[in-house]
Design a protein around this ligand. Sequence first.
Ligand SMILES: C[S@@+](CC[C@H](N)C(=O)[O-])C[C@H]1O[C@@H](n2cnc3c(N)ncnc32)[C@H](O)[C@@H]1O
Length: 493
Amino acid sequence: MPQHLDTAEAVRRRVAPGIAQKHKSKFGQFLTPSSVARFMASLFPTSAARTCRLLDAGAGVGALSCAFLDRWAAGGFEFESVEATAYEIDDDLRSHLAQHLAGYQNLTPRIIEGDYIELTTADDLFSKKQTSGYTHAILNPPYKKINSDSPHRLALRRVGIETVNLYSAFVALAVAQAAPGGQIVAIIPRSFCNGPYYKPFRDYIFKHAAIHHMHLFNSRSKAFKDDSVLQENIIIRLERDGQQGDVTVSTSTDDTFADLVTHTHPFDRIVFPYDAERFIHVPTSPEKTVIELSPAICCTLSDLGLKVSTGPVVDFRLKEHLRDMPEEGTVPLLYPGHFSSSAATWPIEGMKKPNAIKRNADTEKWLYPNGFYCVVRRFSSKEEKRRIVASVVEPGIFEGMPVLGFENHLNLFHENRHGLPEALARGLAVYLNTTAVDENFRRFNGHTQVNATDLKLMKYPSRKNLIRLGEWAMRQPSPTQHQIDAKIEAMSA
Ligand SMILES: C[S@@+](CC[C@H](N)C(=O)[O-])C[C@H]1O[C@@H](n2cnc3c(N)ncnc32)[C@H](O)[C@@H]1O
């Protein structure tokens, strides 16, 4: 019985370290370790079909096809014959690929030289009957940004695919080329789950396929540890034109899959029914979070009459108007560095960032009236304990300053571009600083980045309850995490 995955793995170990970093980035080359390839192949359901048309786009040295074919050769599929189509752009890898796919019985390999996107977008994918489409696709596509006016972007647009990265383009094309009921298993970065730029890709997937399985590695970097990829990766299984039902979510710490845990979730926990952005959540435990369970936490931001925006001052675009310290004609410019957990400090002498911005015709439109605001920093480091860190802007610190600048690394909650009532700003900050909110955010979001869209989609207590929380915070100037958490639990009881 051929076990070509072992050969492909040996070649990967030998070849991958010798590929120059520049070449790797140019082609998005991160070859899949055999344990991950085998796991991916195991995710395909068994099938009674006699023939299989397999696609491996961006096939590298063929680890994924080999994992699939090894399973078949070991009796894991009933097919009598397989036609395996593998696209690979890199001449050096293609020669290994050809060797690895030779030698399976009843297999017809089709190794296609060239650019998968260019070659497949030449036809209108949906106008043709898909009866001869691929029954299976197994992919670890290249990861690379697609620029907005690049030939790839335009070619994809011609076949109705609007997307920003090669990986999502490959998955969308594989879905397009699949036969009805075709199964697609892909390992890709998690960024498509909630980036606003990936909304058209998500819409495309939901329109043409069902999501049946998602696997998450609990530790970043563990799926491709030999290649030091730091992206958070996810393995998904899609079914072309499939009926969307419950979704299986599995997790493991790393690519040994030693502690594999599997749960099934209804689809409305994966994509929330009210969510126009259609974020894909990956709940790692069947228990609902306090936030999901609490009937007291059910308001959207618009129910509260509030908006959240990214700080509009992009410092490198307004460089000439920035000043290290306040001077005549300037107003405060606020960065995350001005906020600590307890209070805001401004100005900070010797800070690496400017403290002030000139108020003039060029900057006026980016400034907000002085007032109470709740701000949330957009970036936290991976090591930082919390993802969501909220602070209150107090107008008293900026006495005599009619307007304030908020820099782009902050999100700010406002009421139609104006400040909030003090108690509401404080209540929001207390709520956002609870452990429950942080846990809820982490469970559904792999980013260390907190975008305004993430905050827009969260559920909040009512305005009345937030004001009550704020009033409590005003009587309790430095509440402990324990006290803050107890307040939310009491509200939810
Ligand atoms: C992330 S690697 C994965 C390789 C292989 N699937 C695996 O799992 O080991 C992506 C592969 O796609 C190839 N590639 C990059 N751009 C391509 C394109 N436009 N068309 C076809 N292959 C491409 C790269 O050379 C690389 O081998």
